[in-house]
Design a protein around this ligand. Sequence first.
Ligand code: ATP
Ligand code: NMN
Length: 190
Amino acid sequence: MSRPKRGLFVGRFQPVHNGHIKALEFVFSQVDEVIIGIGSAQASHTLKNPFTTSERMEMLIRALEEAGLTEKRYYLIPLPDINFNAIWATYVVNMVPRFDVVFTGNSLVAQLFREKGYEVIVQPMFRKDILSATEIRRRMIEGEPWEELVPRSVAEYIREIKGVERIKMLATNLESSEKELQAPIRIPEF
Ligand SMILES: Nc1ncnc2c1ncn2[C@@H]1O[C@H](COP(=O)(O)OP(=O)(O)OP(=O)(O)O)[C@@H](O)[C@H]1O
Ligand SMILES: NC(=O)c1ccc[n+]([C@@H]2O[C@H](COP(=O)(O)O)[C@@H](O)[C@H]2O)c1
C-alpha cells in the first residue's frame, strides 16, 4: 500500500472560525491526511491568545465533525513557539509526523518552509475582512455579534467554557493596568 499524502496546516485558532474550516476543507480535498499544528501552544489567557491548547483542540474536533469530516484523517499537534525563525521549520519537522506539502496563507510560514525545500501551497482566503480571529476577539470584547463567524459547535463550546467572559476580563485587566501606568507617580511624604 502506498503511503498517504499528508499536508501540514498551522494556525493559532484563537478561536477556530469559518475561514479556518473553509481552508481546511480545501486542504482535505488535496491530500489523504492533514497534520494540524496548533501554533503558540504555550500561550493562553492573553488578548491575542485567550484559549488554551486543549480548548483549541476541542474546538477543532467539534468543528471538523460538524463540517462532516468525521473520518479520522487528521492529527492535532501542539507547537509551542520557539521565537527563532531560522530554525522554526526544522523544529516543526521534528515535532510532527512526516508530511509532503505545506498549506498556508501566512507568508512567513510559506517562506520558512520553501527555504527548507518543501512544497508550499497558498490556500485560498475566504472573507478575510470578517473571517479573522482578531475580528472575532474584537467583537467579543465590544459585545458585538460574533457567533455567525464561527461554526455552531464552536460558538456553543465557547459559551460552555465562558470564553467571552474570559476575554472581557482580560481586556478589563489590561485597561486597568494601563490606567495604573498612566497615573501620575505620587511621591510618598516621609
Ligand atoms: N478567512 C480565512 N480564510 C482562509 N484561511 C484563513 C482565514 N483566516 C485564517 N486562515 C488561515 O489560517 C491560518 C492561520 O490561522 P490563524 O489562527 O492565525 O487565523 P487568523 O484568523 O489569521 O488569526 P489572528 O487574527 O488571531 O492572527 C493561516 O494559514 C491562514 O491562511
Ligand atoms: N519563530 C517562530 O517561533 C515562528 C515562526 C513562524 C511561525 N510561528 C508560529 O506559527 C503559527 C502561525 O500561525 P498564524 O498564522 O496564526 O500566525 C503561530 O503560532 C506562530 O507563532 C512561529
